[in-house]
Design a protein around this ligand. Structure first.
Ligand SMILES: N[C@@H](CCC(=O)N[C@@H](CS)C(=O)NCC(=O)O)C(=O)O
Length: 472
């Protein structure tokens, strides 16, 4: 799989410099919160806009670009830190964890994975490590399109591919090899393979693993639209997966217990369920056609390890083309696209209730979703404003100051509610909407935020965009 991503050390936000990103991908002016994604024609309108100077005088203060009343009513970042108050406790985010000890004193291996949490081959190993609770440390590596990988990684893994695992002195590439070796090397941890006493299941593992490759191939050719009949082949591959899931009664591939087979299927089934409606209008999850697949998705959503690393439909669909190449946009997908992209109003406040892997959300956010989003924005505001300024080719300092103010307004609204934001403080230039939309479209799950927090942040940025009179 060809993958691309910006090098990103994200405790909230992107660390890649514009210069290195441009060097890596000169053709792409628009890139992600932490990574390049928007080759999508749907989002082409937010790329590279020349912005006129907003303030006549550079002698105004950093906040002086807006009306006098807004400088009074918009809290400073310091005030927002105070407003965060007791919410300063960082929620645990698996995608940011550097070590996972599970009660042990030291990691037993090093897991090399991509720094954007996009790589499906990394995800399957990640899920296995978490399910088995093998103590590990994480080393995040950039993908090729954002520059050369570190020399030490290329010396260790000449192909440069991810994932890899270092177990003692042994370096293991290839996800499936890694997974099998982990099963053998950690017998004291929960086995994810059937025992000798289940020969039928044992024999079925390799059949299922081959079937997963066929499903992947059918999905890719359906999305890319290469072959005549690719839609039928894809549906047939889904039929096969559905039938396989019934063999041992489900909800997992080998019956009631989660196994290595589920870890192997999870990353691609997750991508399939998000992308197939979006690009080609094939709804995979939530239809009567594939009930055993529905039951599998539901069962997976109850697993904390999977929930912590699962992505969302928007992130998946908007990071797919940089990884697999151009996909075909069929008219049958239009309604799904509108929903996933928030174009049908689904990103507007008040958010509609929804039930997801993270639980039932009445629209106000599950758990501390708003605080999580606000905290990320407040604690990383300098990097975030800098990142969002990439929406412009050229800009004045005053534009950056206005964007800074816009993001303070969003933070404040996340903490206190949009109804508590004074209308006068929304007297910002419409150009701020461009930066807000740019950021809104680049919030990634799980890399940046959990899904409930990302949903809130997108919606509050969307609220700012709308409030500024923009329909971006
Ligand atoms: N067969 C390999 C495939 C691994 C693979 O294709 N990894 C991609 C990421 S999904 C990669 O490292 N590409 C190089 C890059 O973009 O840096 C495995 O199962 O581990």
């Amino acid at each position: 799989m060809i993958t691309s991503s910006f090098n990103c050390a994200m405790d909230g936000l992107c660390s890649v410099s514009a210069a290195s990103a441009a060097a890596a991908r000169p053709a792409l002016l628009s890139f992600h919160f932490q990574s390049v994604v928007h080759t999508s024609p749907l989002r082409a309108n937010i790329i590279a806009v020349k912005v006129p100077a907003l303030c006549a005088s550079r002698t105004r203060t950093m906040l002086g670009c807006t009306s006098a009343s807004s400088t009074i009513t918009t809290p400073t970042w310091e005030q927002l830190v105070t407003e965060l108050g007791e919410h300063t406790q960082e929620p645990f985010r698996l995608s940011h964890a550097k070590t996972r000890l599970f009660g042990s004193s030291a990691p037993t291996l090093t897991f090399y994975r991509d720094n954007s949490s996009w790589c499906p081959y990394c995800q399957r190993v990640w899920l296995q490590l978490e399910e088995k609770q093998i103590p590990y440390e994480v080393e995040k590596i950039n993908m090729n399109c954002y520059g050369k990988k570190p020399d030490w990684y290329l010396e260790m893994i000449p192909s440069g591919l991810l994932p890899a695992v270092k177990l003692g002195e042994r370096v293991i590439p290839e996800s499936l090899d890694i997974m099998m070796i982990l099963e053998q090397s950690f017998p004291q941890h929960k086995s994810l393979l059937p025992s000798e006493s289940s020969p039928e299941k044992k024999a079925y593992v390799s059949i299922l693993l081959k079937q997963e490759r066929r499903l992947l191939g059918a999905w890719l050719s359906c999305l890319r639209g290469g072959m005549w009949g690719s839609m039928n082949s894809f549906s047939k591959a889904l039929d096969d997966a559905n039938t396989s899931l019934m063999k041992f009664g489900g909800p997992y591939f080998l019956g009631q217990e989660f196994s290595l087979v589920d870890a192997v299927y999870a990353p691609f089934l997750e991508r399939i369920a998000a992308s197939s409606p979006y690009w080609v209008g094939v709804q995979v999850r939530g239809t009567d056609r594939w009930p055993a697949l529905n039951a599998w998705f539901d069962a997976m959503d109850t697993r904390p390890a999977y929930q912590a690393m699962k992505s969302d439909d928007f992130t998946i669909t908007h990071t797919l083309e940089p990884q697999i190449g151009k996909c075909r946009l069929l008219p049958e997908g239009a309604a799904y696209r509108a929903k996933i992209d928030g174009k049908d109003g689904s990103w507007s406040l008040p958010l509609k209730p929804e039930t997801t892997a993270w639980g039932y959300d009445d629209g106000t956010g599950v758990g501390n979703a708003k605080q999580e989003a606000a905290k990320s924005l407040i604690n990383n505001h300098e990097a975030i404003v800098k990142f969002a300024m990439r929406a412009f080719v050229n800009f004045e300092d005053s534009t950056a100051a206005s964007v800074d103010e816009g993001f303070r307004i969003v933070s404040h609204a996340l903490l206190t509610g949009v109804e508590n934001v004074r209308e006068s403080s929304l007297n910002l230039s419409k150009d701020v909407a461009l930066a807000a939309a740019y950021l809104r479209d680049r919030v990634g799950v799980p890399r940046d935020l959990t899904y409930p927090a990302a949903r809130q942040l997108r919606a509050h940025l969307q609220w700012l965009v709308k409030s500024l009179g923009s329909d971006l």
